[in-house]
Design a protein around this ligand. Structure first.
Ligand code: NAD
Length: 485
């Protein structure tokens, strides 16, 4: 597939250690554009000495930053949010180059990421403690303190949004942070980090490292300097990082994968739901942790829903994220195409009907056709493994109790969706779904103002909302006896 001509150049990727960008290290790998297979640029790998230095500086950065008054920390985060919005025309194309998503989606991601900074800038001003009533003349105070230097790991699918959430939360809380972006998408995180530097963040509060993921995470998490871990990523990597964190009894905020069920009742207009489903499912080529990925449809509306869903999916414009009107970008790498094909073939072999797509698009880049599968049996791989791609498996259910049983019969529980006009049914299903967020009659997920996180193996802890600083702060109880001694 030929891409459009554009004038964007890929930014230099560096290590940010102390206040300096370092470029002169041997590359740990090169970033590739998934839309056209072009090599975008090298990624300098941190040496062990670099990581040791970053840890030492993170400790010093924490000692400085924790003492900065909350009003100053808040103002700085707001400046970062403003800089991000001003630089959206620079940051969004970098996301599209390294990730492939349509430029409009990349712009929306920058805006969403800046909203996390604005929200956390406000929340840190409300990080209040309390006085616990106790016998006069004694006092007992409870305060929330920053936990210490944090190691953060972010995924490639929402590189600026995930990094924005973690940098906002940690820095708002008064922590220092060392972030390792996903190897596929390091440049957009570097541009985000530059916004913090330009907003006046003291040296050593935020550092960025790259390198072999397993080596970097082991080195950082096992270091006594690091006091907490935060990951947005897959369940598998989450378990690995939790094991490392357990060595030092360190809390670990885990935002992991899901496999979101969509429960569609008998009383809906199936064409209307299909129209929404196409937007919800194929946005970012289905590479979203909250992407709807198991459609459990009441038999009364099943044929109409799947027919309309497949027809609309087949009309979506697949292409390079810089192409005018492109709606579905590439998958992140070629291996993902093989995974998609494997899941589709497995489902069809078990009796599923291919209603649209089911094939690679073009022979350049990593494009896969928006795919709708009908009558997918429950033992098909795609019903149990997070597809993380443009595949929508649909299954017919006799009633919503059956849909609920299937929805919950899985180890993960990040997002769930319910479509019905029956308010009581919507209440019952949303209460019974075992997942961290439920959207009714829409495909949305929580923004900055509500907690976002997974149940079951989809994670531990939440980001955003009133609770946004919880993962990066610890309680301390101070009791004071007011007597001369
Ligand atoms: P991933 O788990 O492979 O990588 C995430 C981060 O962990 C990256 O920084 C990566 O470099 C690092 N990493 C990878 N392998 C590692 C290892 N062996 N040791 C230590 N660190 C390692 O995830 P991904 O493929 O980048 O992202 C896709 C996954 O993320 C999907 O499962 C998706 O559902 C999930 N996700 C979850 C959320 C959420 O908020 N719950 C949001 C976005 C993505």
């Amino acid at each position: 597939m030929d891409g459009p001509a554009h004038a964007y150049t890929y930014p230099d990727v560096g290590l940010l250690i102390g206040g300096d960008w370092i470029h002169d290290r041997a590359p740990c790998h090169h970033v590739q554009n998934p839309a056209n297979d072009e090599i975008l640029g090298p990624v300098p790998g941190a040496t062990d000495a670099d990581l040791d230095r970053a840890l030492e500086i993170a400790q010093k950065g924490f000692e400085i930053w924790r003492k900065v008054p909350p009003q100053e920390r808040s103002a700085l985060l707001k400046r970062v949010a403003q800089l991000m919005r001003e630089r959206a025309a620079e940051i969004a194309p970098a996301i599209t180059l390294e990730h492939g998503k349509p430029l409009a989606d990349a712009e929306a991601e920058v805006s969403r990421s800046s909203s996390f900074l604005d929200w956390d800038a406000e929340q840190l001003l409300r990080n209040c403690g309390r006085i616990v009533p106790t016998q006069h003349p004694n006092y007992q105070f409870v305060v929330r303190e920053p936990i210490g230097p944090v190691a953060a790991f972010t995924p490639w699918n929402v590189p600026v949004s995930a990094a924005g959430r973690k940098l906002a939360g940690t820095i708002a809380a008064g922590c220092s942070v060392i972030i390792k972006p996903a190897s596929q998408t390091p440049a957009s995180t570097c541009l985000l980090a530059q916004c913090f530097l330009d907003a006046g963040l003291p040296e050593g509060v935020l550092q960025v490292v790259h390198g072999n993921s397993a080596r970097v995470s082991e080195k950082l998490i096992l270091s006594p300097v690091i006091r907490a871990v935060t990951l947005t990523g897959s369940v598998e990597v989450g378990k690995q990082l939790m094991r490392l964190a357990a060595e030092g009894v360190k809390p670990a905020l885990m935002e992991l994968g899901g496999h979101a069920p969509v429960l569609i009742g008998a009383d809906v207009n199936p064409a209307k739901v299909a129209e929404l489903a196409v937007g919800g499912k194929f946005r970012m080529a289905g590479q979203l942790c909250v992407s709807p990925s198991r459609f459990l449809v009441h038999e009364k509306v099943y044929d109409d829903f799947t027919g309309e869903f497949a027809a609309r999916a087949a009309k979506l414009k697949v292409g390079d994220g810089f192409t005018e009107g492109a709606e579905v970008g590439p998958l992140v790498n070629f291996r993902r195409i093989e995974t998609m094909q494997g899941m589709v073939d497995d489902a069809v072999m078990r009796g599923a009907k291919l209603l649209s797509g089911g094939n690679r698009v073009g022979n350049k880049g990593c494009f896969y056709a928006p795919t709708v599968l009908g009558d997918v049996p429950l033992d098909a791989r795609v019903m149990h493994e997070e597809p993380f791609g443009p595949i929508a498996p649909c299954a017919k259910v006799a009633d919503m109790e059956e849909a609920l049983r299937i929805a919950n019969d899985i180890e993960v529980g990040l997002a769930g969706y319910v479509f019905t006009n029956d308010v009581e049914l919507a209440d019952r299903l949303s209460n019974a779904l075992e997942c961290g967020s439920v959207a009714i009659n829409q495909f949305t997920s929580p923004g900055a103002d509500a907690p976002f996180g997974g149940h079951k193996e989809s994670g531990i802890g939440t980001e955003g909302g009133m609770e946004t600083l919880d993962a990066y702060t610890v309680s301390k109880t101070i009791s004071q006896r007011r007597v001369n001694i």
